[in-house]
Design a protein around this ligand. Sequence first.
Ligand code: KIV
Ligand code: ZN
Length: 525
Amino acid sequence: MKDSTMKDSRTKQRLIIFDTTLRDGEQSPGASMTQEEKIRIARLLEKMRVDVIEAGFPAASPGDFNSVQAIARLIKDSTVCGLARANAKDVARAGDALKAAASGRIHTFIATSPIHMQHKLRMTPDQVIDHAVAAIKQARGYTDDVEFSPEDAGRSELDFLCRIIEQAIKAGARTINIPDTVGYNLPAQFGRLIEKLLEKIPNSDQAVFSVHCHNDLGLAVANSLAAVTAGARQVECTVNGLGERAGNASLEEIVMAVRTRQDEFICDTNIDTTQIVPASRLVSHITGFPVQPNKAIVGANAFAHEAGIHQDGVIKARETYEIMSAEEVGWSSNRMVLGKHSGRNAFKQRLKTLGFEFSSDDKMNKAFARFKDMADKKHEIFDDDLQALVTESGNEAGNERFILVHLQAYSATDQTPSAKVVMGVDGIEVKAEETGNGAVDATFKAIEKIIESGSALQLYSVNSITSGTDAQGEVSVRLEKEGVIVNGHGADMDIIIASAKAYINALNKLYNAEIRTHPQRAQAV
Ligand code: KIV
Ligand code: ZN
């Protein structure tokens, strides 16, 4: 087990980065991910040197259990964590899912605010302590690395918090996480809370104090940083700030604030910041949640200078208007890398640099054939094109029930748009023709006529992967049926074809047995 309190070579203390994109992030309405997608994100987080990856909530559903188990088997350099409510069944599921982990953590929680204890749990404070202690002791039977969270700590009474945390540490919790579950706290107040907990709890020196802030008032990052200044040494966060409601503290903002203001912090993270932009793109691509252009660090405009006076300053000396460099956070990775004459090895190596490795030669060959096809049509191929291409190949690599065989769409200014679609359905070709409000609408109707899924379209979004009229269009489609939500993706230089691919990709996920009820709904059961 890694010692999370260790100091780095510059004698700075370590600030542990606990990423919960795959757990709290996935609780974002509509952000559901397949196991394969979660594995891709987990690999990139490992490459980024995230200390702890919260991979899911194993008791929520068999699909969540399988994802945590698969990630625990694959990830070697980061600790893999599973969430569990403070009850015997949840802890056992988390322990089982993490059995194969090189370094596994169980994160157990129970609510401690008067409002949650009375209305949600219907337990007395003493009962809540008993549940927490029992869960922690049980979790220690699986791993030494146990984290405890008093849920809604930000609205809990200080004396009760001190009492339960003291008992939790005695029971064997090594990390104590203080969540501002509803995003109610303010920076100075939250900082004081951490200070008081560290001061008042007699055994506080035997655990790492962590924080987990939600962004309901837009203060998740500010609250987390105030807590770090007050002595917290782990921050729970997500890529792009994804998470329940308004989201969690954003990983990239926390990491870059601490790194950029080393004059103010006595700690630093071990994060490889050049992986920040690739991770942001991957998460945005998989979930279908776009990143706003003016988002700090990872927004398209984060390093763009429009005003002439700024441009002039940056040309003379970058530091005039830039406090970080774009390269430091991974923006340089979008340069042109490969072309028509690039060979198989160069293709494979470039993808490896982007954090993608093929699980079989067959998958690699399929992707390479698609790359050659694209290189024939498109002059310059960028890293983003490659990312989309491997996702496309992933879409086709499994034994998909539905495939697009042929599409012909028609639109004109003065005629009704129409589409003819030929699909492979369980190996049999089926055709349909439809009209619609536009070519995409007609295409979706024709596909739906063939599959009769009865699902509702919740989101349709188009992004240009790179610039120029030969850029690939990347389409995300979100479908919902009886509580199951899936996100489909497709990329092509033709938007209508990209849309059809995305819709069919979503349908394949919807009909995949591994797909489970969205974690938010599963938890309520
Ligand atoms: O927001 C919260 O309180 C949580 C806990 C499970 C840590 O996500
Ligand atoms: Zn949370």
